[in-house]
Design a protein around this ligand. Structure first.
Ligand code: ATP
Length: 363
């Protein structure tokens, strides 16, 4: 970061290579983050996301693996750099501001501890408070801040220390739903060119903040790719659910061009092959939007429709619509349709989706 008080303009450092092996937690993941890149780590509860952040920040020593930042081994078989000298900042759900210091001195803490004099540190802090739109809060104590204000100050404090890597562990999770969009926008602005690893459960965080996503399930990386690709063409059940898409996995059908996915039970979901099309018999997934699914009490005849017999597990409101769930699959229908069809959990129905609405690609 070249100019204090403004987001960095060019990332010259922050190349991160991580491998985390923690035997007792059955976590073994590896990924890299390019200088200036923001990578979102997604995954279900207990997948290993926090363990990964703990190892990167130096709070946990893995049984095997490494953390290498700009070519320097911070964690390794024969190396160990203490957390506070790693130049890696961790921002969690709880802002953890020092209660006895003013907002300005909280933000000045980082520059002070890296050698700036009191005046310089306060000047840097003032500029970062400007960057997060919190100059008017400078003289307050943390107890006098709202949750959203405290989190803005925590962002300023983390960045004022000029970390090479910023770790964000669900930074929006503890905030009111009304405040989260403003903080998300703020992060979008200040994370430009800041190497960042973000753990989130929110699709908007990934879409708006992350260049790439890494999906972890059961302690292993199951997807790693550009955000738009992973969320529009998920290959894992978790990423599909995260993106609000239906996903059916199996093997590609066809002899030369795959036009569907054969499920383990032998049934076939027909669709439109992506380019490049998956090879016949290769692992493949069929992906479609819940809004493309119609719900019928009696299976309709006629191709080119896919008719999937399911049992409703849950109904949940979704804006003007109702999301009808059956385990991993979902259909979005109008409240009138729910009433007409008398849909309820436990009811067997048929989810119907046109083949033209289904994308088929290699997994
Ligand atoms: N302090 C600990 N001691 C032992 N096992 C732990 C500890 N913390 C987490 N685990 C286990 O390690 C595995 C990974 O947990 P981790 O907290 O990294 O998952 P996560 O993806 O961050 O989950 P969540 O989204 O619920 O925070 C889980 O099986 C968990 O039970």
């Amino acid at each position: 970061m070249s100019t204090p008080g403004t987001p960095a303009s060019t990332a010259t450092s922050g190349a991160l290579a991580v491998r985390v092996g923690v035997d007792q937690r059955d976590v073994d993941v590896a990924f890299e983050v390019a200088p200036g890149e923001t990578v979102a780590i997604l995954g279900p509860n207990g997948a290993g996301k926090s363990t990964t952040l703990e190892v990167i920040s130096g709070l946990l020593r893995p049984d095997s693996g490494h953390v290498v930042l700009d070519g320097r081994v911070l964690t390794g078989p024969r190396a160990w750099v203490a957390p506070h000298t790693r130049r890696i900042a961790l921002l969690a759900q709880d802002p953890l501001l020092f209660p006895h210091l003013s907002v300005l001195d909280n933000v000045a803490f980082g520059p002070r501890s890296t050698g700036s004099g009191r005046r310089d540190a306060r000047a840097i802090a003032g500029r970062w408070l400007g960057a997060v739109d919190a100059v008017d809060l400078a003289e307050r104590r943390p107890a006098e801040l709202s949750g959203g204000q405290a989190q803005r100050v925590a962002v300023a404090r983390a960045l004022a220390a000029e970390p090479r890597v910023l770790l964000l562990d669900e930074p929006m999770a503890a905030l009111d739903i009304a405040v989260a969009p403003a903080l998300r926008q703020l992060l979008r602005d200040v994370l430009v060119d800041q190497t960042t690893v973000l753990v989130t459960h929110h699709v908007l965080d990934a879409l708006l903040l992350a260049d790439r996503v890494v999906v972890i399930e059961d302690g292993r990386v199951v997807e790693d790719g550009p955000t738009g690709v992973v969320l529009s063409r998920p290959r894992s059940a978790f990423a599909a659910r995260f993106a609000g898409l239906n996903l059916i996995a199996g093997t590609a059908t066809g002899t030369t061009t795959a036009t569907g996915v054969r499920r383990p039970d032998g049934t076939v979901v027909h669709g439109v092959p992506a380019d490049p099309a998956p090879r016949p018999d290769a692992p493949a997934v069929a992906v479609f939007r819940p809004s493309a699914v119609a719900v019928h009490r009696v299976a309709p005849g006629g191709s080119p429709r896919n008719a999937l017999p399911v049992t409703i597990t849950e109904l949940e409101p979704l804006g003007d619509l109702v999301r009808v769930r059956s385990h991993d699959l979902a259909a979005d229908v109008t409240p009138a349709a729910v009433a007409d069809l008398r849909l309820a959990p436990g009811l067997p129905v048929t989810f119907v989706v046109k083949a033209s609405e289904v994308d088929v690609f290699a997994s």
